[in-house]
Design a protein. Structure first.
Length: 476
């Protein structure tokens, strides 16, 4: 029987002391304390040392970091030190009006440049909406979007409780104005879905798509010894003669990427069917229903338009954007790097992906079973995947600058220039992730992720062998 000790030492890190929970209590307490009681610097001096000390003690007790504690520390740094929610944050909401909607399409502004002359992407700007998501509301929903209402830091405890609670769960800071123009001009964010029905349909399709991709890629993994034999290199020959013409590292990297994409996709839309259902029953307010939130993923076209920068800055989910990038802006300001300088861009990018790597180190347990390398090296593998992304972005930015300088920006925005841009960026992204995903593959292989079927029921196994159940604990 799996015990808590086994789970938190051999599978995924978890709390080992009460100190782990103290930052989760102090951060909301700090945000609930008005400026009439504590000034900004008094609040920082009182709460941050305790949050930092207890977090480090929790890491010592666990034998390493975990994702939640690192993210909580970064969130505290963002909300208590680097930003001032008391003075600068305003929650932007729209009250529900029960009347038939006859509005036209709403133009989506993203704050993201199509392409800049120096090839930069501002990591503080808002996520783009998925292509094809209409902004026209279904009259059957009987919901319209009135002018937004902005709520600053509330004066009373009763009104502060929901305000602070909403801020703490708004990781992407959608529907918040934070005194940052590139972000604020896109708020409140345009809902990704016009109705609950549209959200439910998309969530179910997303679940089915992710389920099939996980099932099919796991079926391939079961036949390729690389994924379970740590002595084999990722460039070793493929097991199937019909695939021998493909570069082994390319195919295996794409399998790893497809697994990661399909798995993470299940963490958003399908799981949010519950709160959407509660909203339909009247148990949640409009602003708390996920179908009224901004999309988690941008359109895939952004990858072809902007390459690796488009993947991380526009397509991929943005749940950690502000917690990992804002410290970089603070460092750049201390160094005197302002405006759109190359030095500032380098600092912000390095800090953002550096912190992202540290966060993902928290996926490695302190005593993983059946490994062939030290736990420190495994952590470096998963963190290294994110750290090297900055290198790819810098290379891409330099090439983009050179291309714009030689041919001009207009050439790459239409006609043959746009076609070349789309093709080259697509090939470049595949090549780049073929080079960098082996780090993620080695991390997963060492932890034994590939030895377990991720789904309890396999369509592939059921059709090909008649054995639908993949988890032994479910078999009688």
């Amino acid at each position: 029987m799996l015990t808590y000790h086994d789970l938190t030492h051999h599978i995924i890190p978890g709390p080992q002391s009460f100190s782990y929970f103290i930052p989760h209590l102090l951060l909301p307490l700090a945000l609930l304390t008005p400026r009439s009681l504590l000034s900004r610097w008094q609040s920082i001096a009182l709460f941050m040392p305790i949050i930092v000390a207890t977090t480090f003690h929790a890491w010592w007790s666990m034998g390493g970091v975990d994702v939640i504690s690192v993210d909580t520390l970064l969130h505290a740094l963002l909300l208590l030190v680097l930003k001032d929610p008391w003075a600068d944050f305003r929650y932007v909401s729209r009250a529900r009006i029960d009347k038939d909607d006859d509005t036209g399409d709403t133009q989506t502004t993203t704050g993201l440049p199509a392409v800049t002359a120096n090839g930069q992407v501002d990591k503080r700007t808002s996520i783009v909406q998925p292509k094809g998501h209409t902004k026209r509301l279904d009259p059957s929903s009987r919901t319209s979007l009135p002018p937004p209402h902005e709520q600053p830091y509330p004066p009373t405890l009763l009104t502060r409780l929901p305000w602070v609670g909403t801020l703490l769960v708004s990781l992407r800071l959608n529907n918040w104005k934070i005194n940052l123009q590139p972000h604020d001009r896109t708020q409140p964010s345009v809902p990704a879905f016009p109705t609950r029905r549209a959200f439910a349909i998309y969530a179910l399709l997303s679940f089915a798509r992710g389920y099939l991709i996980l099932d099919l890629t796991r079926a391939y993994i079961a036949q390729d010894p690389y994924f379970t034999d740590s002595s084999l290199a990722i460039s070793s020959p493929l097991p199937f003669p019909a695939l021998r013409g493909l570069p082994p590292q390319l195919l295996r990297s794409m399998v790893v990427g497809a697994q990661a994409w399909a798995l993470l996709g299940q963490l958003f839309y399908p799981l949010y069917l519950l709160p959407v259902g509660l909203h339909a029953l009247g148990c949640l307010p409009d602003d708390w229903s996920p179908h009224r939130w901004a999309a988690y993923y941008g359109p895939p076209r952004e990858i072809f338009l902007h390459g690796v920068r488009g993947f991380w800055g526009k397509y991929w989910h943005q749940t950690m954007r502000y917690s990992v990038s804002t410290p970089g802006y603070a460092v750049a300001e201390v160094l005197g790097l302002r405006g759109g300088s190359w030095g500032k861009y380098v600092v912000v990018t390095v800090v953002a992906f550096g912190l992202s790597g540290v966060v993902h180190m928290g996926l490695v347990p302190p005593e993983p079973a059946h490994v062939t390398m030290g736990v420190g090296w495994i952590r470096l593998c998963v963190a290294g995947f994110f750290w090297v992304q900055a290198v790819g972005i810098f290379c891409e930015t330099l090439v983009a600058r050179a291309a714009v300088a030689i041919y001009g920006l207009e050439y790459w925005q239409r006609g043959n220039g746009l076609t070349i841009r789309l093709v080259v960026n697509g090939l470049w992204v595949v090549a780049w992730f073929t080079l960098s995903l082996p780090l993620l593959a080695e991390f997963a292989r060492q932890l034994g992720y590939w030895s377990v079927w991720p789904l309890p029921v396999s369509v592939w196994n059921g059709v090909t062998t008649g054995r639908w159940i993949t988890w032994p604990c479910l078999e009688r």
